[in-house]
Design a protein around this ligand. Structure first.
Ligand SMILES: *[C@@H]1O[C@H](CO)[C@@H](O)[C@H](O)[C@H]1NC(C)=O
Ligand SMILES: *[C@@H]1O[C@H](CO)[C@@H](O)[C@H](O)[C@H]1NC(C)=O
Length: 369
C-alpha cells in the first residue's frame, strides 16, 4: 500500500511537470487553487463516499454542465469552484477522492485539488447526512498528503513558492445551522448563542490551529472565504413556513456567524505576517437579489427549479423528478442550492466585485498582492 502510494506520487510528478509547462503556456494568474468546504463547492468528492446520503451524481444535476452529464456537483452546471478557476485561467481542480480512487487516470494536481464535500460541517454532527461527509478537519488531513507529495517532487522551497502564490478557497457553515434547526435535541443542549459561539470557536480552532496554521507554515498566504448565504430563504426553509416567507431566525444566525467569521479573519491578518484574505459577503448580495430579482437578471427566487410539490421543495431534486426550463431565471436549482446562473453571478463579484460585497479586497486584488 505504502509503496503503491509512492509509485502513484512519482507518477504524479511527471503529470505535474507536464502541466507546469502547460500552465506556463496558458499564463494563469495563480499556479493553483485549493478548495475546502461543502456542497456549494464540491465537484464530486461525495461520489466516492460509499455511505453518504448527500449525493448529486444523477440527472438532472449537471444538465447545463459542458458535458451535459451529472458530475456530483449539487447544481445544474458549474459552481464557484469552477467559475473562480476559469477567472484565474485554470481548469477546475479535480476532487481529491477522484484522484485517489482512479490512480490510473491522469490528473493535474498542480492546478490544485478540491477537498469539498456535500454535507460537510464545522462542528462534528451526529446526524447521518452530515457524519458521512468529509469533515473540514479530514479535508485538511487530505490536503497535507497532497502537499507532502508536492514537497517530495519539488523540494521544500519550490513547494512553498507554489503555495504562496496559490489561492485557498473555503466555504462552510450552512450545514451546521441547518443541523441545529433540523435536530430534535440540539436546542436542548445549546441555546442559539451558545451554538453559534461553538461554531465560531470550532472554526477558529480549525482555521488557526489545523487548517491555516498548517497551510501558512507551508507557505500559503492567500485565503478566499465565502460567507454563509441567506439560507433561511432557501426553498427548503420557505416550505416549512405556511406563508412561504423566509426563516428569519435562521437568516439572523447566518448573519451573526458571518460577523464572527470576518472578525476572526481580521484577527488572523493581524497575527500572521504576510497573510491576506478576501471575504465574500454572499449574504448581502443574495438578500438584494431576493428583494429585487429583476435588477440582477432573475425572475424566480422562491421556487426551486428541480423538485416537485409546493415551492418544488416538497420532493427533493432526485432522479426522474421534474425541472424547469428557465433555469437561468431561477435563483435556486434545488431546495438548498443555487443555480449555475446564480453561482456565475456571485463568482463574478467574488473575483472583481466592489467593496460592498468583498472585504477588504476582491480576489483580483488579492492575486495582485
Ligand atoms: C467504497 O467501496 C469500495 C468497494 O468496496 C472500496 O474499494 C472503496 O475504497 C470505498 N471508498 C471509500 C471512500 O471508503
Ligand atoms: C414565516 O414568514 C413570515 C413572513 O411571511 C415571517 O414573518 C415569519 O417570521 C416566518 N416564520 C418563521 C418561523 O420563520
Amino acid at each position: 500500500m505504502a509503496s503503491n502510494f509512492h509509485g502513484f506520487l512519482i507518477f504524479f510528478f511527471f503529470i505535474f511537470m507536464f502541466f507546469n509547462y502547460m500552465t506556463f503556456l496558458e499564463a494563469a494568474l495563480v499556479p493553483a487553487m485549493y478548495v475546502f468546504g461543502d456542497s456549494l463547492v464540491d465537484v464530486g468528492n461525495n461520489n466516492y463516499l460509499n455511505f453518504s446520503a448527500a449525493k448529486a451524481n444523477f440527472y438532472p444535476n449537471g444538465i447545463d454542465f459542458p458535458t451535459g452529464k451529472p458530475t456530483g456537483r449539487f447544481c445544474n452546471g458549474k459552481n464557484p469552484a469552477d467559475f473562480l478557476a476559469e477567472k484565474v485561467g485554470l481548469a477546475s481542480a479535480s476532487s481529491y477522492l477522484s484522484i485517489i480512487e482512479n490512480r490510473s487516470h491522469t490528473y493535474n494536481i498542480n492546478i490544485g485539488v478540491n477537498f469539498a464535500s456535500g454535507g460537510a460541517t464545522i462542528i462534528p454532527q451526529p446526524n447521518q447526512i452530515f457524519v458521512t461527509s468529509i469533515s473540514l478537519s479530514k479535508q485538511v488531513v487530505y490536503y497535507n498528503s497532497i502537499y507532502e507529495a508536492l514537497v517530495r517532487d519539488l523540494g521544500v522551497n519550490k513547494a512553498k513558492a507554489h503555495a504562496s502564490k496559490s489561492l485557498y478557497l473555503i466555504e462552510i457553515g450552512s450545514n451546521d445551522i441547518f443541523a441545529y434547526f433540523a435536530s430534535p435535541n440540539l436546542d436542548k443542549i445549546y441555546t442559539p448563542p451558545q451554538y453559534l459561539n461553538l461554531m465560531s470557536q470550532h472554526f477558529e480552532k480549525q482555521l488557526k490551529c489545523y487548517l491555516w496554521q498548517r497551510l501558512y507554515e507551508n507557505g500559503a498566504r492567500k485565503l478566499v472565504v465565502i460567507g454563509v448565504g441567506v439560507i433561511g430563504c432557501t426553498p427548503a426553509m420557505r416550505y416549512q413556513n405556511f406563508t412561504e416567507g423566509c426563516n428569519s431566525e435562521m437568516n439572523r444566525w447566518a448573519f451573526v456567524f458571518n460577523q464572527h467569521l470576518t472578525s476572526m479573519l481580521k484577527k488572523l491578518k493581524d497575527e500572521l505576517f504576510g497573510f491576506h484574505f478576501s471575504y465574500f459577503d454572499g449574504f448581502s448580495i443574495m438578500l438584494s437579489t431576493i428583494h429585487k430579482p429583476t435588477s440582477f437578471g432573475f425572475s424566480e427566487v422562491k421556487v426551486a427549479c428541480c423538485g416537485s410539490g409546493r415551492l418544488k421543495a416538497e420532493v427533493a431534486c432526485i432522479p426522474k423528478v421534474s425541472y424547469c426550463n428557465n433555469r437561468d431565471k431561477h435563483l435556486f436549482w434545488d431546495k438548498y442550492h443555487p443555480t449555475q446562473q446564480a453561482h456565475h453571478f456571485f463568482s463574478d463579484l467574488i473575483f472583481n466585485g466592489p467593496q460592498t460585497y468583498t472585504f477588504p479586497i476582491n480576489v483580483q486584488t488579492l492575486i495582485a498582492i
